[in-house]
Design a protein around this ligand. Structure first.
Ligand code: SAM
Length: 248
């Protein structure tokens, strides 16, 4: 069954509601998937669950859907925040696609002292997340937040726990660096956790000290090898979901 994410601006989903699809989605159903009147698709908007919908009009420019019934309720709760430093485009796009599959609730892009880029094409990342959500039976799309400086993100502290992937354990003296599994098993469950992953060049010493000085920060190691940032982000999310997240 074809699944489409319908932007939140539509009125709340209800039986009989008509929704006009945007030009891209209309072209996709009519010209690419060659659907016609009375064919059905599944739609979601990140708020009202999943609904079955019937194609009631298939025009050259627009396709109209009539909602039939809700097929799945909207789940409660939100996945973890993945805070990731800007890295090269292909790896960042890969992280967004996989983090969406793995149930990240929010993806916060960061600039740190060693990031090479200061901006990225957020719109493209949003469309990658939408497509990934449509393909993975998710009922929402993770929020992709435009790049902010690490210290500004930390100052805002819109989270309860900061799981900090620290590949460099030479700062052992300050705070112990726990294996991620142990950290997840031994720390209390909280509402909103952040998984923080650095850039290709890692965090610099000042950033590392500032992070380790925070009471809400848990420095973790992801094994004895230095992982690429995309591998680190995906493996940390996987373990998080398996131990304290929605894989349990
Ligand atoms: N600074 C490193 C270097 O070049 O030696 C590499 C940084 S690594 C490519 C990118 C990020 O992945 C790190 O900042 C860290 O957040 C995470 N990471 C990679 N391997 C890790 C490990 N073994 N333990 C904890 N975090 C790791």
């Amino acid at each position: 069954m074809i699944r489409l994410f319908i932007s939140e601006t539509t009125p709340p989903f209800a039986e009989g509601l008509s929704v006009i699809l945007n030009p891209d989605q209309s072209r996709y159903l009519a010209a690419v998937m060659r659907l016609s009147v009375d064919d059905t698709v599944s739609i979601f908007n990140g708020r009202d669950g999943e609904w079955g919908a019937r194609l009631s009009e298939v025009g050259k420019k627009a396709v109209k859907l009539d909602l039939i019934e809700q097929t799945r309720p909207q789940p409660t709760g939100q996945g973890p925040i993945l805070a990731v430093a800007l890295i090269k485009r292909s790896a960042l796009e890969y992280i967004v696609e996989k983090a969406t599959e793995l149930g990240a609730g929010t993806i916060q892009l960061l600039t740190t002292r060693r990031t090479n880029a200061s901006h990225t094409n957020v719109e493209r990342l949003v469309s990658i997340a939408k497509e990934s959500a449509e393909q993975t039976e998710r009922l929402d799309v993770p929020e992709i937040l435009a790049p902010v400086k690490l210290d500004r993100f930390l100052a805002a502290a819109a989270f309860d726990r900061l799981i900090f992937g620290d590949e460099n354990s030479t700062h052992e003296g300050t705070r112990e660096t726990l294996p991620l599994l142990q950290a997840l098993k031994t720390t209390a469950a909280v509402e909103r956790s952040v998984i923080l992953i650095g850039p290709e060049g890692g965090f610099d010493d000042d950033e590392r000290l500032a992070l380790r000085g925070r009471p809400d920060c848990i420095p973790v190691n992801l094994g004895p090898r230095i992982l690429r940032a995309d591998t680190a982000a995906i493996s940390a999310l996987t373990l998080y979901q398996a131990v304290v997240g929605d894989w349990r």
